[in-house]
Write a protein that binds this ligand. Structure first.
Ligand SMILES: [Zn+2]
Length: 277
C-alpha cells in the first residue's frame, strides 16, 4: 500500500521538479520514489530470477518458488507457472496468468513458478515512438536505446498497437521439451489494442541462464488478454528502460532440477521455442 506525503519544498526545487516531470514522462510519485530510494539507498537494482532457461528447455516445469515469494523480489517481470500453465506478466506488483485461451487473470499467492524474472521497476531511460514498427523494427529501435548490450534491462512499452501477435503455452500433463510445448501453443492476433509490453533485454553471454536478447509479454490495458509476444505493429508508444546491474538467481531445490542434464547446447531449441515461426 502506498502512503500519501504532504510536505513543503523550496520554489527552485518545485520548478526543477515540474521540468523533470514534463521531460521524463514520469509521475510525481515515480520521481519522488526514485529520488528517495537513491538518497536513502533502499533502491533495488537487482534482476531476480528463479531457475534457468535451459532447465525449462529441458522440461523442468515444476519449481518451488511461490508467486508471493516472487513478489518480494520485484513488481515487474515475466515468466511461466508450474506445468507450463500459461505465460506470466508481473506489472505494478500484480502477477497475471495469461492462459492458453488468451485471457488474463490475477493469480493467487500460493501458485508456484518453474521460471520467472522480476525486478523492482525503476525507470532510467524514456523515449516515445509514433512510427509503425514491426517487432523486428522495434527490436532495432530498442537496441539503439540500450546504453550497453552487456547489461540487463527491464523494458516497459506502453501505448497503442495496430497489431499484437502472441502465443500462450498450455498446461502440460506429460513430460515434454519446451520446443514441443511451444509448438502446440495457441496463437492470437489482437488488432488496434492498448496495453503494455513487459520484458527484458538479457545479454547474449547469459544464453543458458535466461532468454538472450529481447523477451516481451503483452498485457492489454483493460487487463483482459495477453501472451508471449511473437510480432507486433506499434502505433503510439512510450518506451521505458530500467538498467539492473545486479543479478540474483534462486535455483529450485527440487529433484528434477538437481538431476537434469544442463550441459547440452540448447540455443537453437530455445530460439525456435521463443520466436515466431
Ligand atoms: Zn515468454
Amino acid at each position: 500500500m502506498n502512503h500519501i506525503l504532504h510536505c513543503a519544498i523550496a520554489p527552485h526545487l518545485k520548478t526543477a521538479l515540474d521540468l523533470h516531470q514534463r521531460t521524463s514522462g514520469l509521475s510525481l510519485s515515480e520521481i519522488l520514489e526514485q529520488a528517495l530510494s537513491q538518497y536513502l539507498e533502499v533502491g533495488e537494482e537487482t534482476l531476480f530470477q528463479t531457475s534457468t532457461i535451459n532447465a525449462l528447455v529441458e522440461g523442468v516445469y515444476r519449481g518451488d518458488l511461490t508467486v508471493a515469494e516472487l513478489k518480494e523480489h520485484g513488481d515487474f517481470g515475466l515468466g511461466t507457472f508450474n506445468d507450463l500453465d500459461g505465460e506470466m506478466v508481473v506489472l505494478d506488483g500484480q502477477v497475471y496468468q495469461l492462459r492458453s485461451d488468451g485471457t488474463a487473470h490475477v493469480v493467487e499467492d500460493g501458485i508456484k513458478t518453474p521460471f520467472a524474472t522480476v525486478t523492482v521497476w525503476n525507470q532510467d531511460i524514456f523515449a516515445k515512438s509514433q512510427d509503425p514498427l514491426t517487432y523486428d523494427q522495434l527490436q532495432n529501435h530498442l537496441s539503439r536505446l540500450l546504453p550497453s548490450e552487456n547489461m540487463f534491462y527491464a523494458i516497459r512499452i506502453e501505448g497503442t498497437f495496430k497489431q499484437i501477435k502472441t502465443r500462450t503455452v498450455s498446461r502440460q500433463t506429460e513430460p515434454t521439451r519446451l520446443i514441443d510445448a511451444a509448438a502446440q501453443a495457441t496463437i492470437y492476433t489482437f488488432n488496434n489494442i492498448g496495453g503494455t509490453l513487459v520484458g527484458f533485454w538479457v545479454p547474449l553471454y547469459m544464453q543458458t541462464v535466461n532468454v538472450p536478447g529481447f523477451h516481451l509479454h503483452f498485457l492489454s490495458k483493460d487487463l483482459s488478454v495477453g501472451g508471449h509476444l511473437l510480432d507486433c505493429l506499434t502505433d503510439d508508444i512510450t518506451i521505458a528502460l530500467d538498467e539492473t546491474p545486479f543479478t540474483q538467481i534462486a535455483l529450485p531445490d527440487t529433484s528434477a532440477f538437481r538431476s537434469v542434464d544442463l550441459t547440452k547446447d540448447t540455443r537453437h531449441e530455445l530460439e525456435a521455442a521463443e520466436q515466431d515461426r
